[in-house]
Write a protein that binds this ligand. Structure first.
Ligand code: MGD
Ligand code: MGD
Ligand code: MO
Length: 671
């Protein structure tokens, strides 16, 4: 008999799908969409449909592992949970006592958006605090920029798009990365509205847009300022909104006065007439919504770039109105009961910014970091300057990784703990792309000996004398974590039955025109550097984006491209003397990769684009090339500051090893 169990996908994706898991004899046989989910509406993305393959993959690790002779060069051997937990607890204990708690670093990313995952912070805080990571690999600059403008980063409910007459997809590629947004965008067009893509690449999403505006890469500040300048010059601004609800307008105007329109247009590579036409359309079409993506989030000035876009919307009064706004993501997790993280119990504090992990680990002194505990992340693969991160990890005495697969990071680990997936866990999902809370019911028992992060931390806690303060079933912890929701009428019991709208999430943020900023108004930026980085030795900007086919670095060997590929426009290929399909060397100041070069006229000038997530040990790894640069605000990894050059290979290339079939090449074109 097939049991049907409601759950939610907790993977790091804005869609956060509502799922019905089909279970037969304790095995998941199929996943389908939950038809009652307001946003994901009964269907899943291809990655989630095929998630059972990951669940039951032979690559999945189902037992704790340690290195045979202790060194990371020796093979993994299987051990029991008791041995693994005893070893790790005693390592934690000895580093704390003999050295300092700060000689241990905890590194956690958002492999799962389950609410219970935050309890890891409680564990380390109860121990008195350790070195942790600050900043962000994902949304730091956007969060920082929007906080300065609005007081908080708060998106419009996706369904509010149906009120828009014009939608700008700005540095965002929902057809690949946010599938359930697509029907809403189609509906906007069916109602007579327009959807415009702003991207240096004609991405997959161009196919669902009315128009594609193609500024040069990393010049969005100049582009947004040019539009604002035209709007003000032509008197198309919303004076009422500016006068009554904003702060710092005159300084913003002075910032615009410092740049001529010719200069701004020249920088972004868009003709003045086109800028004028589009500026008029944006200013006079109300309401217009801007959907900001992660494409703008990869530069040193990203927070300021976001602020230029916010300012553009503000001068047109497109803020706080239905169908308007500047939406990036949702920080709904701030609504959990934060006190449970027990930050008041940490007497020791030290942070290393995530974007500078390699350097930070190597430079940490007094005390140096000696032990690293990683859960829910793949920092060797995903941090900038992977080689430096790897070098830093190689020097540590003890690296523990909690994951389900042997990733690029586990290559540097001494101990591996196998963890469950969301299908084996009880949790609650709070999405960063919509306002629907998702119950995560355990569909099956843990496969093999895998265990949840919470169980692992509880076991370690017992061995370290803080067991009682970490004790409790997942359900008990969820009730505590989500007390603020219960206070607003939504209980965990209800959440576990089906998707529920977050009771405190606004449909239209700032509708009352109150902003939690210092002035209580929308605040304009005062300064931005509009000149992208250049380097004559490395003529191209290295852009990394997300593949439609896989999520971050989570792909099985059979799903992994045989050869890492990059795409360039015809001009860049000609300049490097490289033909379509040729294997070439891609070099940056910090690393190099051998890649197949696909010449694609959809890619803008002055750039190379490569998908994030291919594995270093399978010949990929975009971050082998990225430089560890941090954004001006928000401690964000500025991956896109990396400059690269393409070089022809001297000798013939052994393509038998590469094995690129035409079919695969076609598939790669859609990356
Ligand atoms: N299939 C799939 N879906 C995913 C993910 C995945 O790995 N795979 N990852 C998830 C995560 S963690 C995130 S954060 C989101 C990100 O979702 P998106 O925002 O869609 O992510 P990106 O692919 O980084 O960037 C989108 C677009 O920005 C463009 N871009 C690059 N540089 C610039 C620039 O200077 N200006 C402008 N205007 N555009 C630029 C790129 O060409 C790209 O088309 O996706 C989530 N969804
Ligand atoms: N060059 C470049 N690099 C980038 C970006 C870019 O634009 N350019 N974008 C960045 C972005 S937006 C993001 S979000 C980051 C993502 O960086 P990471 O969060 O490091 O992403 P993943 O590669 O998905 O690694 C997550 C790991 O967690 C594991 N995992 C999943 N669920 C759980 C769980 O419940 N418990 C535990 N213990 N493990 C779990 C998965 O198997 C996987 O190995 O990468 C960033 N890296
Ligand atoms: Mo992300």
């Amino acid at each position: 008999m097939t049991e049907k169990i409601y759950t939610s996908c907790t993977l790091d994706c804005p869609d956060g799908c509502g799922i019905i898991a089909h279970v037969e004899d304790g095995r998941v046989t199929k996943l389908e969409g939950h038809s009652g989910h307001e946003f994901t509406k009964g269907y899943l993305c291809a990655k989630t449909y095929r998630f059972p393959r990951r669940l039951y993959s032979s690559e999945r690790q189902l037992h704790p592992l340690r290195r045979q002779d202790g060194s990371i060069n020796s093979p993994w051997v299987r051990i029991g949970w008791d041995e693994a937990l005893e070893t790790i607890a005693s390592k934690i204990e000895s580093f704390r006592r003999e050295d300092s708690p700060l000689s241990i670093m905890h590194y956690q990313r958002t492999g799962s958006w389950g609410a219970t995952k935050k309890l890891s912070h409680r564990f380390w805080n109860l121990l008195g605090g350790v070195t942790t990571a600050s900043g962000s690999l994902c949304s730091g600059a956007a969060r920082a920029g929007q906080k300065l403008d609005f007081g908080v980063r708060l998106g419009h409910d996706p369904s509010d798009l149906l009120n828009s007459r014009l939608v700008l997809l700005w540095g965002r590629n929902p057809l690949a990365t946010n599938l359930h947004l697509v029907p809403l965008l189609k509906a906007v067009r069916e109602q007579g509205g327009r959807v415009v893509l702003i991207d240096p690449v004609q991405s997959e999403s161009a196919t669902i847009c009315d128009e594609h505006i193609q500024p040069l890469v990393a010049t969005d500040a100049a582009f947004a300022l040019a539009l604002a300048k035209i709007i003000l010059a032509e008197g198309l601004e919303d004076r009422d909104f500016i006068n009554n609800h904003t702060h710092g307008f005159e300084t913003f105007r002075a910032l615009l006065d410092r740049h001529s329109l010719d200069d701004l247009g020249g920088r972004c590579g868009i003709k003045i007439a086109e800028l004028q036409r589009f500026a008029r359309e944006f200013a006079t079409t109300k309401p217009a919504s801007i959907m900001l993506g992660w494409g703008l989030n990869k530069y040193r000035s990203s927070a300021e770039i976001f602020r230029c876009v916010d300012a553009l919307a503000a001068i047109c009064g497109q803020i706080g109105i239905a169908g308007g706004g500047v939406t990036h993501g949702f920080d709904t997790q701030r609504l959990f009961d934060k006190r449970l993280e027990a930050s008041d119990r940490a007497q020791y504090h030290r942070t290393i910014p995530e974007p500078l992990l390699g350097r930070g680990l190597l430079e940490a002194s007094d005390p140096p970091v000696r032990m690293l505990f990683v859960n829910g992340g793949n920092p060797v693969n995903q941090s900038p300057n992977s080689n430096l991160v790897a070098e830093a990890l190689r020097q540590l005495e003890c690296v523990v990784v909690v994951d389900s697969f042997l990733t690029d990071t586990t290559d540097y680990a001494h101990l591996f703990l196998p963890t469950t997936t969301f299908l084996e866990e009880e949790d609650v999902l709070v999405s960063w792309g919509h306002n629907i809370l998702g119950g995560v019911n355990r569909a099956i028992e843990p496969v093999g000996e895998s265990r949840s992060d919470l169980w692992i931390y509880q076991q370690l806690a017992t061995r370290l004398g803080i067991g009682e303060e970490m004790a409790g079933s997942p359900r008990e912890w969820l009730v505590r974590l989500l007390q603020p929701m219960a206070n607003n009428g939504v209980t965990v019991d209800e959440l576990m039955k089906g998707p529920v709208r977050c009771p405190v999430a606004p449909q239209v943020p700032f509708a009352d025109k109150k902003f939690p900023t210092a002035s209580g108004r929308f605040e304009f930026l005062t300064e931005v550097d509009i000149v992208p980085r250049s380097d004559s030795g490395f003529p191209l900007t290295f852009v990394t984006n997300f593949s439609k086919k896989w999520l971050l670095s989570q792909m099985l060997e059979t799903e992994h491209p045989k050869v890492a590929s990059v795409r360039v426009g015809p001009a860049a290929a000609d300049e490097a003397g490289i033909k379509n399909g040729e294997i070439a060397r891609l070099k940056s100041a910090v690393g190099e990769l051998q890649v197949e070069v696909l010449v694609d006229p959809r890619v803008g000038r002055g750039m190379v684009i490569m998908p994030v997530g291919t594995w270093m040990k399978r010949g990929g790894g975009a971050n082998v090339l990225t430089e560890d640069v941090i954004s001006n605000f928000g401690e964000m990894a500025a991956y896109g500051e990396t400059r690269v050059r393409l070089e022809r290979l001297a000798g013939p290339v052994d393509l038998s090893k590469a094995d690129v079939t035409p079919r695969q090449r076609d598939l790669q074109m859609t990356q």
